[in-house]
Design a protein around this ligand. Structure first.
Ligand code: NI
Length: 180
């Protein structure tokens, strides 16, 4: 199982290199990313979160009892629309916190599948938010870089507290203190 890289590891702030569409080695990487995502209860994961600086993400925004992963190689935002909305986001690389992030509610994204075929995906809600969040990772942006300056300061101190409390990837709030 690949380990989730946690902030503030500088790997998370690197801009990732494009993949070669159809590159066979991406299939193994995508499987490993899927495993890490499900094992940590994520709805999305980007390659830098497992230490690989390549432009590939996996998302699964289907209901919890369904597994329907979508692998996007070289994903790029083609269009965003709608008035920006603020929603709390968590991230496997920033365990123990969730941060209000402003994003446009609808997105259209172009990508290649693992066979090198070109596709587009579009939608709103969690899908649009998740796509934007994961593509941010490929450009070296975590929750802290995507948040407003005010929320960023708040999030950094919440993250310090979460780390002290031993938060693990998949948790979006500080674990309850143990009752003795
Ligand atoms: Ni993330």
């Amino acid at each position: 199982m690949l380990k989730i890289i946690e902030s503030p590891d500088p790997i998370l702030n690197q801009v990732c290199e494009p993949c070669i569409p159809g590159d066979k080695s991406l299939k193994k990487l995508a499987k490993q990313m899927e495993k890490a995502m499900y094992a940590n209860d994520g709805v999305g994961i980007a390659a830098p979160q497992v230490g690989v600086l390549k432009r590939i993400i996996v998302i699964d925004v289907s209901p919890e009892d369904v597994r329907d992963p979508l692998v996007l190689v070289n994903p790029e935002i083609l269009e965003l629309s709608g008035d920006p909305e603020i929603e709390d986001e968590g991230c496997l690389s920033c365990p123990g916190i969730s941060v209000p992030i402003e994003r446009q509610p609808w997105a259209r994204v172009g990508f290649y599948d693992l066979d090198g075929e070109r596709w587009e995906v579009e939608g709103d809600g969690l899908l649009a938010r998740c796509l934007q969040h994961e593509i941010d990772h490929l450009d070296g942006k975590t929750l802290f870089e995507s948040a407003s300056p005010r929320e960023r300061i708040r999030a950094l101190s919440a993250y310090e507290a979460a780390k002290r409390a031993g938060a693990k990837p998949g948790q979006t709030s500080i674990p309850e203190p143990k009752v003795r």
